[in-house]
Design a protein around this ligand. Structure first.
Ligand SMILES: [Zn+2]
Length: 341
């Protein structure tokens, strides 16, 4: 396992110090699986000021399609050949077709009746039950042998900086025969790795990260939690790997509880940095993909300039696909690790 980091520096003459030479370090890191690079740069204190969230939320309930008075009236239904009842439910949680589908089987699942839940108040049981509802849908597609029932993916965009247009907590749920780019790249690279090394990349990654402990967070049940060496996110990414399984369909009930608990630990830790937006996605292979391992990625989101709503992805990230992380993942790990001890 090769964790390649190329340390570099930029020199400038500092106008605040009589034009003295000033050296600013940065680093280019290469993901050990895909070779994709990430920049560790733009260093700053990893603390942000939250806006008045009550003010942000105020009034959004009146037009929210996911609130209990509207969800069964304004959200679409599946056609009878997919789900005869139209929608699926689990307690107060409701799953229905995505009104802006990006594939044949795009769905949305609400996480219950509460319109806005502060990040640190989202209960593990609510998160796990949302997973259960999505998996109920996936199993239904699997039982009907739907041709798109190959990759079973759950994503969560929480709060506006994540790309979410609705504050009411909900998942994006879809099954597809077409893996999105990063999933496909990871699956192909893990296949190549298995061919070359005769072992599973993700198993080797967990072993290597546990050995150095620099980015290892801990274990919940059998789920293994790590900060990512070359992250996509501006404040690092965390991955949770579930050993021995490749697909979402193979997650046990206990795994769902453990993944949900781990996510709440990350939310608690990132909240202390003033962060209140995140993306989360499942990365699932097909059941028969022995080279794959089920893992999820949690990636906090920020505004580069909150006062004018500047997002944390600019041309470098959007057009070059190069990510910027504003702290060393090992330092971010230390801030998160307290939750796992
Ligand atoms: Zn709502």
């Amino acid at each position: 396992m090769k964790f390649e980091a190329i340390a570099r520096e930029a020199v400038h003459l500092d106008p605040n110090d009589n034009l003295a030479r000033r050296s600013i370090p940065n680093e280019i890191r290469r993901d050990p699986l895909t070779g994709r690079t990430a920049r560790i740069c733009h260093f700053r204190d990893l603390i942000w000021k939250k806006p008045d969230l009550d003010q942000l939320v105020a009034g959004t309930e009146s037009w929210c399609p996911f609130c209990p008075d509207k969800v069964f009236k304004v959200t679409p239904c599946f056609p009878e050949e997919i789900i005869p009842e139209g929608r699926m439910t689990l307690g107060e949680k409701v799953l229905f077709p995505n009104i802006a589908p990006y594939d044949r089987l795009s769905a949305v699942a609400t996480l219950g009746d509460r319109h806005y839940i502060p990040m640190t108040e989202i209960e593990p049981g609510r998160i796990a039950d949302g997973f259960r509802l999505a998996i109920k849908y996936f199993r239904h597609l699997e039982d009907m042998q739907h041709p798109e029932s190959v990759y079973h993916l759950i994503s969560w965009n929480y709060m506006p900086a994540s790309g979410s247009s609705i504050l009411h907590p909900h998942y994006q749920v879809f099954a597809s025969a077409f893996a999105p780019n990063f999933l496909r790249e990871k699956l192909e690279a893990a296949w190549d790795y298995a061919e070359k090394h005769g072992s599973n990349y993700w198993d080797d990654l967990v072993t290597a990260e546990k050995a150095t402990a620099k980015r290892y967070l801990g274990k919940i049940g059998r789920t293994q939690w790590l900060t990512v060496f070359a992250p996509l996110g501006a404040v690092g990414d965390v991955t949770a790997v579930v050993p021995n399984i490749s697909s979402t369909l193979q997650l046990t009930d206990q795994d769902l509880d453990d993944l949900a608990l781990g996510l709440t630990k990350l939310m608690a830790a990132y909240d202390r940095m003033g962060i209140y937006n995140f993306n989360m996605s499942f990365f699932s292979g097909a059941v028969e993909d022995k080279h794959a391992r089920f893992h999820l990625v949690f990636s906090p989101r920020i505004y580069f300039n909150p006062s004018i709503g500047t997002p944390d992805v600019a041309a470098l990230g959007r057009l070059f696909g190069e990510s910027v992380c504003m702290g060393f993942p090992e330092e971010i790990n230390a801030k998160l690790k307290v939750e796992f001890e």
